[in-house]
Write a protein that binds this ligand. Structure first.
Ligand SMILES: Nc1ncnc2c1ncn2[C@@H]1O[C@H](COP(=O)(O)OP(=O)(O)O)[C@@H](O)[C@H]1O
Ligand SMILES: [Mg+2]
Length: 256
């Protein structure tokens, strides 16, 4: 339980003159649900972009499951078991829910022209397996009845769920969730939280960026707080709730 799964050390990234992330360090323990909070503009999404290698840091290291991610490309990071979702869900509106799921499948022999030619049976088998896995996940997240609908007709909350479903396609060890409750109705928020707790019991760890403090306080074992690109505080949820520096950062920070 106390083993480190994700270790971020001294990460920095500037955009022009803005130090979006400035010497930030965080840790996610194996099997934990860890929170990452901070006022708007604190650098949380940029930190996710750096960990998942959508962008390269100026400085700092990221270790996941004992291996350095520093030289990897983003698809290699997700293949290693560290997947992320986006603050604004990136589902493809003009594809069906099933097609969105299949695009996230890690094993896709059919992409390679020569493989298509020589391994038709194996490709069919793999496509069938991917479809079956997608269907199991859609049933799990309550989207099975939408399997053939365009993703564009889903509600905000259902899009968030579909994104998490896509993340689950690669059998991850860690999922980075960027504001899973934003724009989601309270009933669906409660369902998403129940899912997260259940998946966590099945061995998936989570790093969750979220402004909804009820979600953070009820889900998280441990919380990291960022402000102005860097570490402000960290501790158990109850410690964070009573930390005067954290309160100040929220009250004095940029408007929501
Ligand atoms: N691609 C970018 N180009 C320029 N500035 C950026 C870019 N991405 C983020 N920033 C800036 O970096 C800071 C941190 O942003 P962000 O990581 O989105 O914060 P958070 O997710 O905590 O709200 C903000 O000042 C933001 O405007
Ligand atoms: Mg953000």
């Amino acid at each position: 339980m106390d083993e480190s799964l994700l270790l971020v050390t001294g990460l920095s990234k500037s955009f022009g003159g803005i130090k979006a992330v400035n010497n930030a360090s965080i840790e996610v323990k194996t099997n934990s649900i860890t929170g990452l909070i901070g006022p708007n503009g604190a650098g949380k999404t940029t930190l996710f972009n750096l960990i998942s290698r959508f962008i390269e840091p100026d400085r700092g290291q990221v270790t996941f499951a004992g291996k350095s991610l520093d030289q990897l490309q983003s698809h290699q990071v997700s293949r290693s078991g560290c997947v992320r979702t986006f603050q604004v869900a990136k589902v493809l509106s003009r594809l069906s829910v099933m097609e969105n799921m299949l695009l996230a499948a890690p094993k896709q022999l059919g992409e390679d022209f020569l493989q298509v030619w020589f391994k038709r049976d194996e490709i069919r088998r793999q496509e069938r397996e991917n479809r079956e896995q997608a269907m199991r996940i859609l049933e799990d997240i309550g989207l099975a009845s939408k399997v053939n609908d365009y993703a564009g007709v889903l509600s905000g909350g259902q899009r968030k769920l579909l994104e998490i479903g896509r993340a689950l396609m690669s059998s991850p060890k860690l999922i980075l969730l960027d504001e899973p409750a934003a724009g989601v109705n309270p009933t669906l928020i409660a369902q998403i939280c129940e899912h997260i707790i259940r998946w966590n019991r099945q061995g998936i760890s989570f790093l969750i960026v979220e402004h909804n403090m009820d979600v953070i306080m009820s889900l998280c074992d441990y919380v990291w707080v960022m402000a102005e690109g860097t570490n402000l505080a960290d501790g158990k949820p109850a410690e964070i709730q009573n930390n005067s520096k954290v309160l100040e950062a929220y009250l004095g920070g940029p408007d929501e």
